[in-house]
Design a binder for this molecule. Structure first.
Ligand code: F6P
Length: 366
């Protein structure tokens, strides 16, 4: 009988609860036991009542609720081997032999590290007298499966991550609200959106709201005179009769020297060009609130696939990551996706913006 633990880690994202609900219920219906691990890796490291067996009813009502009800954390101790040793101990003591993690690339990498260190961790636990040889034999292999929960949509090898579409909706609603006041006063607004080093939220929000200008990390302005060119474009829009100006700045936006482009700087440029300008940082409103139906469905279907992946796994198969491509649920090696994600950051650091854009989305970069 498989015992499957589930945890959510890193920044919460809308739809994580739907994923937990699906995992718990599918695990139970396939004859497995399901365990919720609270507060992300903190719960795994600390054990005790932070690891609880979940029944069918424990996840009732989860679908419609934002954030993650089992809690999350950015856990420093799990980054140390000592923390991972405690995590291994707590898994074994709870009889858990499979772990499904829903989080961003850092969180999923952590799970794979735990799996690759597993034999050494078992040896240390035996040496320290914390587990018996029989226990080590019984828990010889740890199965790890990753689900990508992040509003940033910054993971390679999947078209969309759990929570990104809800967040995009929230951003669009906020920009629609801002637009009515901007229009009334004939103002300009510089709006900063989340996304860490990824420009997906900013770019899609700009397309969805018909923004006048957008700054994203993957394609910095390359002209030496981009400031004047931007102001010229904005003026052209005004000359065509537009009574408001919306400029979206991704929080990770940079110029061609990799220096951050800050909303306050854009505000100054616009003000100097005679536009009455305000800055709005949307902040965590973008991450909170009810998941939209897309994220509930995505998380549910991927949760089902995650349990199937646990049941299919062999000691030799690399840890899989559940994704979605061209509307089909996928199951690909987790570390390959992490590596591709890392290559995007590397391309940006090397100022190879074309490659960064291609790696993110070859079709869009055309
Ligand atoms: O990764 C999700 C995210 O919301 C990013 O967009 C943002 O940069 C970061 O997390 C904010 O983190 P925190 O909630 O820890 O301030």
């Amino acid at each position: 009988r498989k015992r499957i633990g589930v945890l959510t880690s890193g920044g919460d994202s809308p739809g994580m609860n739907a994923a937990v609900r699906a995992i718990v219920r599918v695990a139970i219906s396939r004859g497995c036991d399901a365990y919720a691990i609270f507060e992300g890796y903190e719960g795994l490291v600390n054990g005790g009542d932070m690891i609880k067996k979940f029944g069918w009813a424990d996840v009732r009502g989860y679908l419609a609720i934002g954030g993650t009800l089992i809690g999350t954390a950015r856990c420093a101790s799990f980054r140390e081997r000592k923390g991972r040793l405690s995590a291994a101990y707590n898994l074994i003591k709870n009889g858990i032999d499979a772990l499904i993690v829903c989080g961003g690339d850092g969180s999923l990498t952590g799970a794979d590290v735990l799996r690759s260190e597993w034999p050494g961790l078992l040896e240390d636990l035996i040496k320290e007298g914390r587990i018996t040889i029989e226990e080590a034999t019984r828990f010889k292999h740890l199965t790890v499966v990753g689900l990508v929960g992040s509003i940033d949509n910054d993971m390679s090898s999947t078209d969309i991550t759990i929570g990104a579409v809800t967040s995009l909706h929230r951003i669009c609603e906020a920009i629609d609200s801002i637009s009515s006041t901007a229009l009334s006063h004939s103002r300009a607004f510089v709006i900063e959106v989340m996304g860490r080093h990824c420009g997906w939220l900013a770019l899609m929000a700009a397309v969805s709201t018909g923004a006048d200008f957008v700054f994203i990390p993957e394609r910095p302005p390359i002209s030496d005179d981009w400031e004047s060119e931007m102001c010229e474009t904005l003026k052209k829009h005004r000359d065509l009769g537009k009574r408001m100006t919306i400029v979206i700045v991704a929080e990770g936006a940079i110029d061609k020297n990799l220096d951050p482009i800050r909303p306050e700087y854009i505000k100054k440029l616009l003000t100097d060009h005679g536009l009455d300008t305000r800055v709005t940082t949307l902040g965590h409103t973008q991450r909170g609130g009810k998941p939209c139906s897309f994220d509930r469905n995505l998380a549910t279907i991927q949760g089902v696939e995650a349990v199937q992946a646990v049941l299919r796994a062999t000691p030799d198969t690399p840890s899989p990551m559940i994704g979605i491509r061209e509307n089909k649920i996928t199951c690909e090696p987790l570390m390959k996706a992490v590596e591709l994600t890392r290559q995007v950051a590397e391309a940006i650091a090397q100022k190879d913006f074309r490659r960064a854009m291609d790696l993110r989305d070859p079709e869009f970069s055309e």
